[in-house]
Write a protein of this length. Structure first.
Lengths: 340, 340
């Protein structure tokens, strides 16, 4: 079993820097598209055999040091009582706008309501045995709330901001409920076999540092504190949080995900030696010729300067139009250039 | 004449903190919409009497301490030989993709090619006499290059990144040409009467700090150094640059525009006392009830802690769906709470 990834999460020394890619099971891979052509995105999420198949593809094709289960952060929101569709972006037809809407939300029974997620994890643990560890994941409460309140993607997040400022009691009730759901959902993943949990806060970075501490941090902190973390490290990734990493760090967790807008070395200096980091190559670097990809991989490794507790990754999800050959080359570069 | 804005740009003490709003001449104002309903967006940019009229509206309606001429950053790009349309976002039908494309671009003769911009400035200086100073503006070279190469807005900026990495000589030639054009364009604005210049780098923040220093900073630095700045302060605003303000500062300029993702006090500590700052209220705060708007205005003023050289503004453009009453209330709060 390749333990490089988990060791790095715990801050232990490793022989080579472990690497995986956010969205590594995805559209840039022809092998993924072949599976995806047979069903809808949601059907793929809900069919454990297929979800497991696409989760394993990048392990075999790219040689990454961890697998992440294929799913969507909104999967557990649907059984809270919200009708979800992808067109192709996610859309809820009944967005949350009032206390009555919040009260109608239920906390799913994970074994009954999202059995396919837990089954995907079990299949993956069997099929990955002796290969690489398995990462489970969920959305941070704030990011889930953004989708649930806006009803879809947004540019200015006017609805959730209005709720936050003008109806703070509705906002708080919603966030409490989502936090409880997320805790149960992620602990169910751990029980099913996930060996690491990544929390994605895609929209936490839309807020000012002060509003992040007021409206997001208490809930993410409660979530992370409520996870069964004894044997399962937690990666916390807040996109766009480069100028408030000190605030984000207060939420806890073992590994801080970094996007490409920060210098990784400066971030490590700020976060201190007890927190591992994950990142942070600009995803568009994979559009570059291979000599540039190699130069940039080396730069990120140099910024880390050999400190233990670094998981190499992109600073955000791999883009659907990059070449798999370049992704594979990047993985090779990380392993070759970091070899002790 | 209300000199509060210019004094603050130069770092001089003022009686009350000056305030204006990015995109203050815009769609949230019914008075603007009344003018705009009679013509297209580009016609409004190219008709000096109308452009001047909408530029003055927020001075009268909101009581801001500066006017900014109404125009678009892409106005001077069209006479370089690129066909521009708004649908409603900007679209160039012949994007730049090769050295031959770059070579075909011409440097406009400002008096002949964008006379309406210079005429708008002249009208505004006459009509604003005894009221408030006039801000001219332009896009930073990188932001203009993004639009010229992508041909329209983009999510991942794949085209310009590919050019930057795989055809650096084409990228450099394009950036040189845009920088020269921008220098002449902004100096023509100063000659026509602009009393301050704001450079908008809307997309500079998509890059990593290292790529910003490699691919953007040299050109913005040359641009700022080439402006007739003796009597005309320069505001440099790079959206999304909160985690690399030290890099952005190297470009020079008198005032650093800050978006709402940074703590204004921490940014001032980093930038030092010689650089003024502009910002940085979260634009969505204007969706909040007035007691929250007042609290947040006070918070930003408190972060500045009375240091000279602060121009109050939003951290990005005012959103089209906010209430003008809230914008007006925000301006009043800034003046009332900062009064010496």
């Amino acid at each position: 079993m390749n333990m490089r990834f988990l060791d790095a999460c715990w801050g232990k020394p490793v022989d080579r820097t472990p690497v995986w890619l956010m969205r590594q099971a995805g559209r840039y891979l022809p092998e993924y598209m072949a599976v995806r052509s047979k069903c809808t995105f949601l059907e793929l999420c809900k069919t454990p055999e297929l979800a497991a198949e696409v989760s394993i593809q990048p392990v075999d094709i790219l040689g990454v040091d961890a697998a992440i289960m294929f799913s969507d952060i909104l999967t557990p929101v649907e059984p809270m009582g919200m009708k979800l569709d992808f067109v192709p972006g996610p859309v809820f037809e009944n967005p949350i706008r009032s206390m009555a809407d919040v009260e109608k939300l239920r906390i799913p029974q994970m074994e009954q309501d999202v059995p396919y997620v837990l089954e995907t994890i079990k299949i993956l643990r069997r099929e990955l045995a002796g290969k690489v560890p398995l990462i489970g994941f969920g959305g941070a409460p704030f990011t889930l709330a953004c989708y649930m309140v806006e009803g879809k993607g947004s540019k200015d997040f006017a609805q959730i901001k209005r709720m936050m400022y003008a109806a703070p009691e509705v906002y708080a009730a919603l966030m409490e409920k989502i936090t409880t759901m997320s805790m149960e959902y992620l602990n169910a993943q751990i029980t099913a076999g996930a060996q690491c949990i990544q929390i994605f806060d895609t929209w936490g970075g839309i807020l000012s540092p002060v509003d992040y501490e007021r409206y997001v941090l208490p809930y993410t902190t409660r979530l992370i504190n409520g996870l069964n973390r004894m044997e399962t490290p937690v990666i916390h990734f807040v996109k766009g949080s480069g100028a408030m990493l000190d605030s984000v760090q207060k939420a806890g967790g073992d590994v801080m995900g970094l996007d490409w807008h920060v210098n990784l070395g400066a971030a490590r200096d700020l976060l201190g030696p007890k927190m591992a980091v994950q990142g942070n190559l600009d995803p568009t670097t994979l559009y570059a010729p291979q000599n540039i990809i190699e130069r940039e991989v080396k730069r990120v490794l140099d910024e880390n300067a050999g400190r233990p507790g670094h998981i190499f990754n992109l600073g955000h999800g791999i883009l659907p139009t990059v070449s798999p050959d370049n992704a594979k080359f990047m993985v090779e570069c990380v392993h070759r250039l970091s070899q002790k």
